[in-house]
Ligand binder design. Structure first.
Ligand SMILES: C[S@@+](CC[C@H](N)C(=O)[O-])C[C@H]1O[C@@H](n2cnc3c(N)ncnc32)[C@H](O)[C@@H]1O
Length: 231
């Protein structure tokens, strides 16, 4: 288990059951089984190869009977009555949106969703907040020099995020994280590069204006945090 997966596991609360969508090597459900997670555990993947690797790891640990392995696309094969926690980690933000979009049943406050996008987290936050989900908590995890955003979300309620917050997570949540200063400075660097590219190409004036506004908001937030001693 790398630090990113450990941070995801730390967000899991005891419950009826958990599905790890796109489990790959199956490390997360395996670790949950080892640590005595009380509910049912489901490990699913789109591809046979990763799922077989997960099966082998579970067998080697003597935990095969604890985990149900499923070959399926997203949440298509999930028994919704057997789970209350859905983990989708290590995929692009747009892939995660696609999976959730096809599983309307998870638009129900009884399900806790733990999502960890590798890219395009802003697309995922936009999708969630425009589809009735509330991001209840955001965490930052560092692993091998990379920073990862972890979102804990649930259907039911209204949440508004500014354009900059779509990129960083809600300020009031994310600013409490120890890694926030590093994260903020990386987001600003990323934004600068994006802006330079957009200015050079001159092809997307609307997007350029939006990105300029986001960069400005991040700059203001940084000044605010410096003044209040948080940076
Ligand atoms: C990079 S791995 C991430 C593994 C693990 N979840 C993690 O965070 O370390 C992505 C896995 O997701 C699987 N995957 C991609 N799209 C999927 C989909 N639509 N449904 C189920 N699994 C999918 C891939 O086959 C791959 O095993």
């Amino acid at each position: 288990m790398n630090k990113r997966l450990q941070a995801i596991e730390a967000l899991v609360r005891p419950g009826r059951g958990l599905i790890d969508v796109g489990t790959d090597h199956g490390y997360l459900p395996l670790s949950l089984a080892r640590h005595g997670y009380p509910g049912a555990l489901f490990a699913s993947d789109l591809r046979e190869g990763p799922l077989n690797a997960a099966r082998r790891s579970a067998a080697a640990a003597g935990l095969s009977s604890r985990i149900c392995f499923q070959l399926c696309d997203g949440l298509d094969g999930c028994d919704r009555s057997a789970v209350d926690t859905i983990v989708i980690a290590g995929m692009g933000g747009d892939t995660i949106c696609g999976i959730l979009d096809r599983a309307e049943w998870c638009m129900d406050p009884r399900y806790t969703l733990i999502l960890q996008p590798m890219t395009r987290a802003e697309v995922l936050r936009y999708w969630l907040t425009n589809n009735g989900f509330v991001i209840e908590a955001e965490r930052l995890a560092e692993d091998a020099g990379e920073l990862y955003a972890l979102l804990c979300t649930r259907f039911g309620g209204e949440q508004r995020l500014s354009d900059a917050e779509l990129y960083t997570g809600a300020f009031e949540q994310i600013e409490q994280e120890e890694l926030w200063p590093v994260f903020l400075s990386r987001q600003r660097d990323r934004m600068e590069k994006l802006l330079a590219g957009l200015r050079k190409s001159g092809r997307e004036p609307g997007r350029l204006r939006l990105m300029e506004a986001v960069a400005e908001e991040l700059k203001e937030r940084e000044a605010h945090a410096k003044y209040s001693g948080n940076l």
